[in-house]
Design a binder for this molecule. Structure first.
Ligand code: HEC
Ligand code: HEC
Length: 439
């Protein structure tokens, strides 16, 4: 392994010839500016709220906190378990920083709720590399170049894209009956008033902020959102693969073979949905944020699935309710980033697979040898796509590597799958911890 000293690494990073880094940083700068712009909007919104309520003293809303203050406050709130109904669950209970801000256990769905025993229905996604997720749209067009192809449903937060932003998203776990389980915003704010973060909250937004439920709620969501946009925590670009793209590390033969198979349209074809190359100068996110149906097998370990009539159809429901009259969207879930994927213990929206080997076998052999993945029906016949009613089977993606029929050779061999996994392991952050200080 190439392990340059911190000093050498700093020098290499500063070389002005590396265009990709400079473009990457330009993109980062745009993000930060847009973030600051949103603070501006937030500050104006606060001021407007303030003017609307004439009986409130001006001091309550006197402050519009800096990005650094909001980030520090958001971090504290993210780890604050007093904001949950059980008093034992914070955002970090499910989004563990040592697991790329995803779950640290092998359960397909986490337990939450007032007594900590209500089971969720989906696996916890990483919170890394979501910083430029566009809001959900049914019709996505790439805005650079003259490509006017409709790429279909894209973007949004959650596996079904139902939250427009991290700000909107934060309200879901705080109020979800099987997560932090507060019955209302008022109940969250009552807890916030007595939480260890209360003083920092007042210091950030003004001494009377917690007396105003609208402003306090808005401040809570903003702090959580801004924290989740902190580059060092959530998008450090410190993987071995990033070092390789910057010309500061070499991949092993095996990792290089894996990368080639990952990109090869006739083999893994993974990059068609999980882009791996520098695009317009920006380092790759390993997701195009598209929503796609892969026909992932039903997971009988998810307790909601004990009811045979219950199906998680993703984009068309039941958690998401605005597109339930779109049968063509049933079974579609958001393509996750593959950065840090080797830190996960469960894979796909329902956590049905527990190793990357299983995931790769599924990609290479789904329709070649369906018995491996799907349950047998009443007549003993394997039911392909057994977590999707037959009416929606036409939605399932059949492009490479899913372009095979039963009995045909797999899209790639087990040895090739191992090479792809070796490559995926280069996507874990922390290869050069010190590289984060350069952004
Ligand atoms: C009980 C476990 C649990 C807790 C607690 C929890 N989350 Fe999550 N989080 C999840 C699960 C599961 C999902 C995916 C849900 C879905 O797709 O329906 C998720 C999704 C998200 C997403 C969307 C990621 C994306 O880009 O799609 C964000 C952001 C997030 N959580 C932030 C938070 C914040 C902030 C908190 C605390 C206020 C929090 N979570 C608390 C389990 C949890
Ligand atoms: C047609 C688009 C598409 C292609 C091609 C594709 N993926 Fe995916 N990938 C997805 C979607 C969509 C999901 C989430 C599906 C779900 O949970 O229902 C996913 C999920 C994953 C996951 C689980 C990640 C997590 O956080 O749980 C891994 C690992 C993965 N893909 C690796 C690969 C590899 C390796 C290849 C190539 C062999 C590949 N993908 C090809 C769209 C694609």
């Amino acid at each position: 392994m190439l392990k340059p000293s911190a000093n050498r690494f700093v020098k290499v990073l500063r070389l002005p010839t590396d265009q990709s880094i400079r473009f990457g940083m330009a993109k980062r700068a745009v993000l930060i500016v847009s973030r600051l712009f949103r603070f501006g909007v937030f500050a104006i919104a606060l001021a407007a709220c303030h003017q609307a309520g004439s009986e409130r003293p001006p001091a309550a809303l006197a402050r519009s906190p800096s990005a650094a203050v909001l980030t520090a406050l958001g971090r504290q709130l993210f780890f604050d378990s007093t904001l949950s109904a059980s008093g034992r669950m914070s955002c970090a209970t499910c989004h563990d920083p040592s697991r790329a801000w995803a779950q640290s256990n092998g359960l397909p769905a986490q337990l939450g709720g007032i007594a900590g025993n209500s089971a969720g229905i989906r696996a916890v996604p990483t919170l890394t590399y979501a910083q430029d997720t566009p809001p959900f749209t049914e019709h996505y067009f790439e805005n650079d170049g003259d490509d006017s192809e409709d790429l279909g449903p894209t973007g949004g937060r959650m596996w079904d894209g139902r939250a427009a932003s991290a700000r909107e998203q934060a309200a879901f776990p705080l109020l979800s009956a099987f997560e932090m389980a507060n019955v209302s915003r008022a109940s969250v704010l009552a807890k916030l008033r007595t939480s260890p973060a209360a003083d920092a909250f007042r210091a950030a937004f003004g001494a009377r902020v917690l007396d105003d439920s609208v402003v306090a709620w808005s401040g809570l969501l903003s702090a959580l959102e801004v924290f989740q946009q902190s580059p060092d925590d959530f998008y450090p670009y410190s993987s071995k693969y990033d070092a390789y793209l910057r010309g500061q590390a070499t991949l092993s033969e095996r990792e290089l073979r894996g990368l080639a198979l990952f990109n090869d349209p006739a083999k893994g074809n993974c990059a068609s949905c999980h882009p791996s190359a520098i695009i317009s100068g920006a380092l790759p996110q390993f997701t195009d944020r598209g929503l796609i149906a892969l026909g992932v097998p039903r997971n009988t370990l998810i307790s909601a699935n004990d009811d045979s009539t219950y199906v998680d159809l993703g984009l068309c429901g039941p958690l998401r309710t605005d597109l339930s009259d779109h049968p063509e969207y049933c079974g579609l879930f958001k393509t996750p980033t593959l950065r840090n994927v080797a830190t996960r213990q469960v894979f796909f929206h329902n956590g049905v697979f527990t190793t990357l080997e299983q995931v790769l076998r599924f990609y290479g052999q789904r329709d070649v040898d369906p018995e491996q993945f799907y349950s047998a029906g009443i007549l003993g016949v394997t039911m392909s796509y057994d977590d999707l009613p037959a009416a929606y089977h036409a939605n399932v993606n059949i492009e490479p590597p899913f372009d095979r029929r039963p009995g045909q050779p797999p899209a790639f061999s087990d040895a090739e799958a191992d090479d792809i996994i070796a490559f995926l392991r280069t996507l874990n952050d922390g290869y050069h911890r010190d590289s984060t200080s350069q952004h």
